[in-house]
Design a protein around this ligand. Sequence first.
Ligand code: ZN
Length: 463
Amino acid sequence: MISLYDTLTGEVRPLTLREEGRVALYACGPTVYDHPHLGHARSALTYDVLRRYLEWRGLDVRHVANITDIDDNIINRARDEGSTESEVAVEWEAVYIDAMAALNVLDPHDRPRATEWVTEMVDFVARIMDAGVAYTTPTGVYLRVRDVPGYSDLVHRDLDDLRASAGARVEVDEAKEDPLDFALWKAAKPDEPSWPSPWGPGRPGWHIECVAMSLGILGDDFDIHGGGNDLVFPHHTNERAEALAVGRSFARHWVHNAMLNIEGTKMSKSLGNYRTVVEMLDEHPDNGRAFRLLVLQTHYRKTMEVNADLMASARAACQRLDALARRASVLNRPPESLGPRDLDESAVDAFNTAMDDDLGTPQAVAVIFETLRRANAALDRGADDAEVLAATVTNLAGALGVAVDAARRGADAGDAAIDDMVARRQAAREARDWATADALRDELSALGVVVEDTPAGPIWRRA
Ligand SMILES: [Zn+2]
């Protein structure tokens, strides 16, 4: 049984699905006007891993992730560049999609864009107006939060407390009845894109986008709504209020991932210490995979740390996976040819137990590397279970989206040097120059590298 922490109930509880065997998952996507940063990557990876694991357990997942392609930041960028909002959004959406592909994040099944759903959003706002919980002002249409019972349940604060502390996170507007009331529809300002509505030309508020698209695509009572924990208030609180205001059943489970620190400091745009995904990927060809492993090594509800040492360790760990696959590649069957039922049962059970408990990825990764040690030991002994253990490692890593590649040579300079030493040793052996071959073997051994001679040629790994 799979359990997940539910932000609304504040506890880890079994995932109870609307429909047996099927999971409807909505995860909030980016506003596209700039480079995605590592926080975007962590969030996308969290829901990619959740989806992959649900699929690994045989569930049929429909994953929806939106693109916010109209908002103040996009309008400002278009103004600064002398381009249009749609040009800005198209350009940065492509950058985002490429960056996520480089992180091996699966494409969602649906990637709705806000500007393609404006009609549905206008209908939704009209229904909220009909329900009598919204009002108009010269600047737009606002939802009256005190008319929605349980408005602040997701954030576990009472209204007064929230009002006192919300400060900068709510829009200040004299015409609002309550500072917490929020825009469903924003009246058009000069030179801004707008759409017609019963309340005059304007554009949708941010929260109405996600509620219209999630319910529109997945239907009432969909299973999981996810996003970064910075979205709990106001974004998700307000989405939920909009659904409740018209009597719709919203998400059954709320999942939120934590933020990240760079070199010990909270990453933020205002502190200037934010890192883009492209910068991270440019630093090392294996950083996409290493970052995923680093994400997995921290539980999704805990703040994760990113620094150069941790990235280097994660790259080395990925190379150990490749090295095992290289070693095992001389065995009879390739790891991909073994299905879940052929794998090592105790490892798979331990992996599933860890993941079932609120996505315990740090423990699941530990299971993978413990199995890697067992596989290398079995290969050392020439034991029969080596093949199954090696295949188990590749398959469990794959279930978390960590691609293992026997053909991949570590891109570190250190690895190229080792490849070269192994090749020179092999040449010496072929020339029957045993003294040189032995000397190179000793040198490699001093570097912690074990070389194994197989019918397919020498294979090396880190001991
Ligand atoms: Zn959203």
